[in-house]
Design a protein around this ligand. Structure first.
Ligand SMILES: NC(=O)c1ccc[n+]([C@@H]2O[C@H](COP(=O)([O-])OP(=O)(O)OC[C@H]3O[C@@H](n4cnc5c(N)ncnc54)[C@H](O)[C@@H]3O)[C@@H](O)[C@H]2O)c1
Ligand SMILES: N[C@H](CO)Cc1c[nH]c[nH+]1
Ligand SMILES: [Zn+2]
Length: 426
């Protein structure tokens, strides 16, 4: 990992470090656009064809219904899933929005009610690893919001079967369909609908560059489908002071580097932090990872910065806006007010990112690529729509009439003015 000294960096260099490596989407769109077109015109046939092409084989049938499945899990895995499920459920249940009503003037009542997005598509990546945790992170808030139809798409797994862990969770969240296909063809199938895949209103979930490019193209297409957020490779930024434990810092950096060679890990640490031990630990712990090659590549394009103060560290972190921010400082919670942009934050040395990735209760589907400056992670809210309503009594209409009529006149919209004045004529 390249090491910089904050005070030696120019403003231009800081800005460059905060920019992620450019994603070259033009080449990816060239691959993805024909897939989208074929799925729109040929439906299931094209989904099967592309699944055979990219994943070796296409399951028959292409979709299955979780209701008909009887997943078999060993007790340990079942318990691990159940514990995580309960915690994620509890944290997300507390997010359920309340109905609201405000009387803005006597006789003028304004209300807001919440409705679930009816049909949602959850993409669970499966190219390099099977991710039951991602299904929980997407499926639990969808179920809590009350989405009527939950469609899951995931690449065909080992032996061309969807893993029992996924069907187990799919049943718990009440999903109706699992599409055994991944990549752009699965995203297009959910966006347009096919003979066996219901069309959805919004698509959620992370994925590789083909998945991300397909989501981006389809949200601007005639498919009329929304997406959760722009997604990129996973990221973590660790802020460490003199008291931070180098062994834990190294472990946290590697836990994110192992996601993929394009993951980005960043360390901001004070001069008194034990840099040498951290470096030794990175080398030592790297050797113990089965995904060593991937983590190594990620470390090669990641970086660290020596800061003079934690204030410098938080300034940089807010500009970088990491997906995950870990604070390994003496009194981590005292820094909360200094954090403005981050997807999810891990406070103190006993809070590794892995806790939030799996089981603490918070969601791990988070904005990457600096989008934490303006986007939030997935929550119950992401699966809801808000509808406003108003009820005016005659008294209420009288109370706002002069304001509405005068503003309508100002905008030269006579029809608007008359819709009020007519009612109050007699
Ligand atoms: N943010 C998060 O919550 C989170 C969690 C886990 C993983 N991730 C990220 O998700 C990504 C998962 O990627 P993945 O590849 O393992 O799984 P994936 O499911 O996203 O992609 C696999 C699919 O890509 C398609 N594909 C493969 N090669 C192709 C090609 N040459 N042309 C067209 N399509 C092709 C295939 O259809 C395949 O099924 C990683 O980048 C990882 O960092 C993010
Ligand atoms: N860290 C990933 C989000 O960037 C989520 C994840 C899934 N499994 C393990 N980790
Ligand atoms: Zn992770």
């Amino acid at each position: 990992m390249k090491r910089y000294v904050y005070s030696e960096l120019t403003e231009k260099e800081i800005a460059k470090l905060c920019k992620r490596p450019k994603m070259h989407f033009d080449d990816i769109f060239e691959v993805v656009n024909p897939i989208i077109d074929d799925v729109r015109s040929e439906g299931d046939k094209a989904v099967s064809r592309y699944t055979r092409k990219f994943d070796g084989a296409a399951p028959e049938p292409l979709t299955l219904s979780p209701e008909d499945e009887a997943p078999v899990l060993n007790d340990e895995i079942k318990e691990a899933i159940d514990t995580a499920f309960k915690n994620i459920y509890r944290f997300h249940k507390a997010q359920l929005p309340n109905a609201m009503e405000v009387e803005t003037m006597p006789g003028v009542r304004c209300m807001r009610v919440t409705r679930p997005i009816e049909r949602v598509g959850l993409y669970v990546p499966g190219g390099t690893a099977m991710l039951p945790s991602t299904l929980m992170m997407l499926g639990i808030p969808a179920a809590l919001a009350g989405c009527r139809e939950i469609v899951i798409a995931t690449p065909p797994g080992k032996d061309n079967l969807v893993a029992d862990e996924l069907t187990y969770i799919a049943k718990k969240i009440g999903a109706s369909v699992i599409l055994q296909s991944g990549g752009a063809q699965a995203i297009a199938a959910m966006a347009f609908g096919t003979e066996s895949v219901p069309k959805v209103n919004k698509i959620f979930g992370p994925g590789n560059q083909y998945v991300t490019a397909a989501k981006m193209q389809l949200q601007n297409s005639e498919a009329q489908v929304a997406i959760d957020m722009p997604a990129g490779p996973s990221e973590v930024l660790v802020i460490a002071d003199d008291y931070a434990e180098p062994v834990y810092v190294a472990a946290d950096l590697l836990s994110q580097a192992e996601h993929g060679s394009d993951s980005q890990v960043v360390l901001l640490a004070t001069k008194g932090f034990d840099w040498d031990q951290c470096k030794q630990e990175l080398d030592k712990q790297l050797e113990q990872l089965p995904r060593k090659k991937m983590a190594e590549k990620a470390l090669n394009h990641s970086f660290s910065i020596e800061v003079e103060s934690l204030e410098q560290a938080f300034n940089f972190s807010n500009r970088f806006a990491p997906e995950h921010l870990i604070i390994q400082c003496e009194s981590a919670e005292s820094h909360v007010d200094e954090i403005y942009s981050a997807g999810s934050v891990f406070l103190g040395k006993w809070s590794p990112e892995s806790a939030g990735d799996y089981a603490s209760g918070t969601n791990h589907t988070l904005p990457t690529y600096g989008y934490a400056r303006m986007y939030s992670g997935v929550s119950v809210d992401s699966f809801c729509k808000y509808i406003t309503m108003q009820h005016l009594s005659k008294e209420g209409l009288k109370n706002i009439a002069s304001s509405v009529e005068r503003l309508a006149q100002l905008e030269e919209l006579e029809g608007h003015r008359r819709a009020v004045s007519l009612r109050l004529e007699e």
